[in-house]
Write a protein that binds this ligand. Structure first.
Ligand code: S3P
Length: 429
């Protein structure tokens, strides 16, 4: 149980390059493995979750090599080039690996088993198994398919039109990856748009795919062509630096190479609404995704209400947004966010309990919380519940808190952001 102590307090000044986006990195490895030929990937996330996806494809016969300049080359073998994994695929803590691969494995001509760590084995899998079963997939899991480990007996699948009850990119992507193996059109609709990295990348690799509003249709059966991909920085990782710079007085930080996909950039919209001084510089493009630099200066924040379509656009940023809300003037209301209860941990419960230790008044309800901002955070001893984003959020809170803060159970940070602590502390002066 690695703990991090935050004592040295000063303003944040300097420039930070944000490492590669976790979600896009998963998709680059998956789609590169399914294309026929060599896909070179620059800037892949080095997080453990992404290593899980790489190892899964190595286990299914795909050659994946690191080049001298740090790039990754994936030697894709075409849509039907995967081979039966002779061992259990270990998704570790990665929900994206497990859910996306469950879709993909459903349409293979072989048997596979996928498992995860003790946190992932508690997360709901019916959300992917239900639609995939409607396509004809054979999937078994604990408690009638609720939980991993999952066993998948690959088979021929049928097209479906699926209306997802939740806005989830993992559900949507699992169905789309299964849809690659279907003769005909697979259509997925969702109540609000979730991140669209799968759609963008499949299109880039030559898939026939069309989006209308919150629906996407994919025409299955045709081979994908390899492409070189540059992965933009992860806006979910950038969010910790943005909030740190906003809430620690006298700070000014320039963040380079941040992905700004409109289905992911809710955090910028919300923090600006809270009064954050956030300037967008150098708008560019990488790997079919918009990329920006962001200049952030300390600001007096005010409480806001967040709900509806903003929730999926911001889904991974609520732990750190709740830290920003803790020092904002007035109340911040987060609603329509039931999904936060089934992330790496229950993020509503976790942030409510840990922020209270800093002296913050938090009211928890089913699908959200009300945080009453307090200019003063009291240093304390708190814990991550094994959730990387909770751990990083509490470290940022510790930078603003008086006295000493100890965050326990921080090794989970490596699932998405190895080197986070050193990068953050390198700009504390
Ligand atoms: C992800 C989708 C989101 C997000 C997760 C990554 C993805 O999950 O929370 O961290 O890469 O598709 P849901 O699809 O469950 O909302």
């Amino acid at each position: 149980m690695k703990k991090i102590v935050i004592e040295r307090k000063g303003s944040l000044k300097g420039e930070v390059t944000i490492p590669g986006d976790k979600s896009i990195s998963h998709r680059a490895v998956i789609i590169g493995s399914l294309a026929k030929g060599k896909t070179r990937i620059k800037g892949l996330s080095k997080g453990e979750d992404n290593l899980r996806t790489i190892n899964a494809f190595k286990l299914m016969g795909i050659k994946i090599k690191k080049t001298d300049n740090g790039e990754l080359t994936v030697h894709g073998r075409g849509l039907h080039g995967l081979t039966e994994p002779e061992n259990v695929i270990n998704a570790g803590n990665s929900g994206t690996t497990m859910r996306l691969l469950t879709g993909l494995l459903s349409g293979q001509e072989f048997f596979s088993v996928i498992n995860g760590d003790r946190y992932l084995r508690k997360r709901p899998m019916k959300r992917v198994i239900s639609p995939l079963s409607k396509m004809g997939a054979n999937i078994w899991g604990r408690e009638d398919g609720k939980f991993a480990p999952l066993c998948i007996n690959g088979t021929r699948l049928n097209p479906i039109e699926y209306e997802s009850p939740i806005a989830s990119a993992q559900v949507k992507s699992a169905i789309l990856f299964a849809g690659l193996y279907v003769d005909g059109v697979t259509k997925v609709s969702e109540p609000w748009l979730s991140r669209d990295h799968t759609e963008r990348m499949l299109k880039r690799f030559g898939a026939t795919l069309e989006r209308k509003g919150n629906s996407v249709s994919l025409c299955g059966g045709s081979e994908l062509e390899p492409r070189d991909i540059e992965i933009p920085g992860d806006i979910s990782s950038a969010a910790f630096f943005i909030v740190a710079a906003l809430i620690v007085p006298d700070s000014e930080v320039l963040l380079r190479n941040v992905g700004a996909n409109p289905s992911r950039n809710g955090v910028l919209e919300i923090l600006r609404k809270m009064g954050g001084d956030i300037q967008i510089l150098n708008e560019d493009e990488a790997g079919g995704e918009p990329v920006i630099d962001i200049l952030v200066k300390s600001s007096c924040l005010k409480g806001v209400t967040i709900g509806g379509a903003l929730i999926p656009k911001t889904i991974d940023e609520f732990p750190i947004l709740s830290v920003a809300a803790s020092v904002a003037k007035g109340e911040t209301v987060i609603k329509d966010a039931l999904e936060l209860r089934v992330k790496e941990t229950d993020r509503i419960k976790a942030m409510a309990s840990e922020l209270r230790k800093f002296g913050v008044d938090v009211e928890e309800f089913d699908d959200g919380m009300i945080i009453s901002g307090n200019n003063h955070l009291e240093g304390c001893e708190c814990q991550s519940f094994g959730d990387h984003r909770v751990a990083m959020s509490l470290i940022v809170a510790g930078l603003r808190a008086s006295g000493r803060t100890v965050v326990k159970d921080t090794s989970c940070i490596d699932t998405s952001f190895p080197g986070f602590k050193d990068k953050l502390f390198s700009i504390v002066h």
